[in-house]
Design a protein around this ligand. Structure first.
Ligand SMILES: Nc1nc2c(ncn2[C@@H]2O[C@H](COP(=O)(O)OP(=O)(O)OP(=O)(O)O)[C@@H](O)[C@H]2O)c(=O)[nH]1
Ligand SMILES: [Mg+2]
Length: 488
């Protein structure tokens, strides 16, 4: 199910593999080929420890399989791949692998005692399951980072696209933005392959007010300040989304909600103003165990929404929870524009890996390997890859390694992150193809002028990629969308 760009790269590498002989270079190139042949590109979900990363993984999977809550495995990456169920593989830090039988309908184990392994020995666990979402993406639940967004988890190097769970701006937006910016630049994340996710919108509400206006405002503010590093963040109430999935909100919960709906409205409103009030509501109509079970699965925000919505049975309640969670927007982003870029993103990443492997072989490498290096460089210059090549330009501009006038930096960012041709050029989606072609031609001429100006080699490479992309947009403006061929 690999797309045309990945298929072409696989051909180039396979043709040159013989020249690599045996040894580490050949092994690395073979690993590239395997990754190119994988059914789906890889989507990593990353954020700070306990910020709801695994809950977002469940939301994307559409089923509760990630290890959620206070789990010892939070230091182990969880990989979810499409495939036949029944076996769970643990990849150890020393490179060994252990397989064990596993019921695929269960979440990943909260600890690894069943595998006879200690968590610190394990680098990742891999669960295969016939889950629809996994046909499109292999999903990686990245272990939580320290609150200061310190080290970059190495597994991010193996991901093609990223959902970055943003921290709650508890101490103000600016410090939160600064820590995300530092992390994104260190990890090489850009709006080309990264979507921001703002979880727990209910934490942003004042008392029991509707949290969504505040959540949308914070998401927008994050988006404005992190321009170029991530696509406009999507607010998602992860807890509600996960509760809407099978195995989440159930009949017992629905019964408790019905009882609460019949309670005195004033007393109920007081008890639901705050999670701890609700937990301690000793003289309420619902026993402690039921209260705790309900608040665990949907929180007081979810309870308030369900009581108000008047949904009675489990199916109707789940529908309300899904709708209120805002998860549909995240799923649409992941299965829409991000997936459409999947072939390009995977190809660009593995091209980098293959080039690194060839470079690491050193100057004494066989002549055949040098030829492969040349082929890879030529492949990199394909116009279809111009947009992902611009990711490096974004990182350089945002980190100050390269500079351009503000208007040019903004134009380059649009080129790098646009979903369709008009988008790339700052035109409305329904712009006339003639106008798109004309604008693209002007943009190409503009970038061409930059290319012949007295600038660093680094910047010249970036403006060349911009010029190539603009030319490609101009050529195809009257025909099909330039990215459609990549949808594979
Ligand atoms: N109220 C609320 N709780 C949430 C939300 N999302 C997740 N949680 C809860 O927060 C706790 C941590 O969630 P996880 O998804 O395990 O967070 P994580 O970032 O994967 O945590 P680690 O892997 O342990 O670092 C769990 O108890 C979740 O149920 C949300 O949107 N609202
Ligand atoms: Mg987790």
């Amino acid at each position: 199910m690999t797309g045309p760009l990945c298929a072409g790269l696989a051909d180039v590498i396979a043709a040159g593999l013989d020249s690599a002989g045996s040894g580490p270079t050949a092994d690395r190139l073979r690993a590239c080929l395997e990754a190119l042949a994988e059914r789906a590109p890889r989507l990593a979900v990353v954020g700070r420890h306990s910020d709801g990363v695994s809950t977002v993984v469940d939301t994307v999977l559409g089923t509760r399989r990630a290890a959620v809550g206070r789990v010892p495995t939070a230091s182990v990456a969880g990989w979810f791949r499409y495939g036949d169920p029944g076996v769970l593989r643990a990849i150890l830090r020393n490179g060994d692998a252990r397989a064990t039988r596993w019921d695929d309908s269960a979440p990943l184990p909260p600890d690894l005692t069943g595998l006879g392994l200690a968590v610190r020995e394990v680098e990742r666990i891999v669960l295969r399951a016939p889950i629809d979402a996994l046909r499109h993406w292999t999903v990686i639940d990245v272990p939580g980072m320290r609150p200061d967004h310190g080290d970059v988890p190495p597994v991010l190097d193996e991901a093609d696209a990223v959902l970055l769970v943003l921290p709650e701006p508890a101490a103000g937006l600016e410090p939160a933005v600064a820590s995300v910016r530092r992390f994104a630049l260190a990890a090489g994340l850009t709006a080309v392959n990264t979507v921001g996710v703002l979880t727990r919108p209910e934490r942003l509400a004042v008392a029991d007010a509707d949290p969504w206006p505040a959540a949308r405002q914070v998401a927008r503010a994050y988006g404005e300040r992190l321009h170029g590093l991530l696509v406009d963040p999507v607010p998602v109430a992860g807890l509600l989304a996960a509760a809407a999935l099978p195995g989440g909100f159930g009949e017992d919960h629905a019964r408790t909600v019905r009882t609460l709906r019949a309670a005195d409205p004033q007393r109920r409103a007081l008890a639901l103003a705050d999670e701890w009030e609700f937990r301690d509501w000793a003289d309420g109509p619902v026993g402690r165990q039921d209260r705790l079970r309900l608040v665990e699965v949907i929180g007081v925000y979810g309870i308030r929404e369900l009581v108000a919505a008047g949904a009675d049975d489990v199916a109707a309640s789940r529908a309300v929870l899904w709708e209120r969670s805002g998860a549909a927007a995240l799923v649409a982003r992941v299965t829409g524009p991000l997936l459409a870029a999947g072939d390009r993103l995977r190809c660009a990443r593995l091209l980098r890996v293959a080039e690194r492997a060839v470079r690491a072989a050193g100057p004494d490498r066989a002549r055949g390997l040098a030829a492969l290096g040349g082929e890879l460089a030529a492949y990199r210059n394909q116009p279809e890859l111009a947009q992902v090549r611009l990711a490096g330009a974004l990182t350089d501009l945002l980190s100050g390694r390269c500079t351009l006038p503000a208007a040019d930096a903004a134009a380059l960012e649009m080129l790098a992150t646009g979903v369709h041709a008009a988008d790339c050029l700052g035109l409305p989606a329904d712009a006339d193809p003639g106008l798109v072609a004309e604008t693209a031609r002007k943009a190409a001429a503009h970038w061409s002028a930059w290319e012949s100006a007295d600038v660093s080699q680094r910047l010249r490479n970036h403006v060349r990629a911009a010029r190539e992309l603009a030319q490609r947009l101009a050529r195809s403006a009257a025909g099909p969308d330039p990215h459609r061929e990549d949808d594979g």
